[in-house]
Design a protein around this ligand. Sequence first.
Ligand SMILES: [Zn+2]
Length: 422
Amino acid sequence: MNLKDKTFKRVSHVVLTSHANQIYKDVPKVKWGEKDPEVRGPIIATISDKDHRNAIGTHSGSYTVYRALSIASGHFPKSHRPELANTEGTYRVKPNPSWFDPQKIVTLDPFGADINLHFKKYLDEGFNIKPSIAVTQAHLHIPEVQEAVKNGRLKVDGKVVKEDGSIKCTKVALEPVWNLPEIAKRFNLEEGELRKVLFQETGGMFPELVTRPDLKILLPPIGSSTAYIFGDPDDLQNPDVELTCRVHDECNGSDVFGSDICTCRPYLTWGIEDAARTAQKGGVGLIVYYRKEGRALGEVTKFLVYNARKRQEGGDSAKNYFYRTECVAGVQDARFQEFMPDVLHYLGVQKIHNLHSMSNMKYDAIVGSGIEVVNRLSIPAELIPEDAQVEIEAKKAAGYFTDEEIKDEAGLQKVQGRELDE
Ligand SMILES: [Zn+2]
């Protein structure tokens, strides 16, 4: 489509919300951590309800940019209000004490689902509120899980595992809703400094970060998280019910396409298999999937690192694994696991009996946030792809959790990955 052909008209200047006459007095206040949702107040980040906005940014995470594009191209009515009839969740996450502790959950809105229930008064008054959390059901068809059913590791019970080898689950999608003052506290930063750097380092994307200190909530244009629950979701809140959990950071190349340079997909599918098994024996399983591709550095950086690893002198070895990432990206890891447990607290998790992860950063963040972890499980050796030995040995040597032997420097040098076929 030729954009010039459209009769889309817009004034050439941008009105900054820093203008005093754009601070509206009848905007609902947000009192983060308040128990009564009417007192806590709704998060209003819809653009079509500009006069009532009490947050910076808008819904849909990174997809908000596509929404802008579809409006610019004339495909999307700018004044659209979501019709929410029949969109209610298939399960309602029960409020729990973490919802009302302003420091426990700082990157999502615990009242983001069921807005008809929580904010009826505001909706009746005409405020345009949009959910930031949605809950539905799914049947997962995963080849590795089908294999587990075939060879008897996982049994068909007709409830969790269906006759066709699929797994039934509840899934919860969660958009990021950040409470800036509390996020600053987790980083030991001044709120003003955090806001300034967020503004500067996104190329000045949200001027309100620096011009509207009265707005404390930011819906950042980043990826969301999804929780997959196996068994009865209510059991997540009961520390006496065995919980098997994996907190998984996105790795599209491995998770979806089966690339063998890392252990991400085997970890994920093994976690799902074990979560289902726990649900079958009366426990509950939970996989939380975070869109934090390439240690939150992105896929372009990740592929550059792969090439640098493979081409370096002496070849791709476990010895230089972390060093190469830091050379290219500037940091080894940009994931900030400090925020990761927020989803667990939203769901009411108090105790994880089996944590599928070898990451100390994840473990420390979970335990540091007040959740008890009983067993830590690393991936069975037979599930590690050959080319991923470099990653796994480097991680073990760097102090990641393992029951197995840790190689010394000479041993790490010997763990070599496949060469590039150039
Ligand atoms: Zn991976």
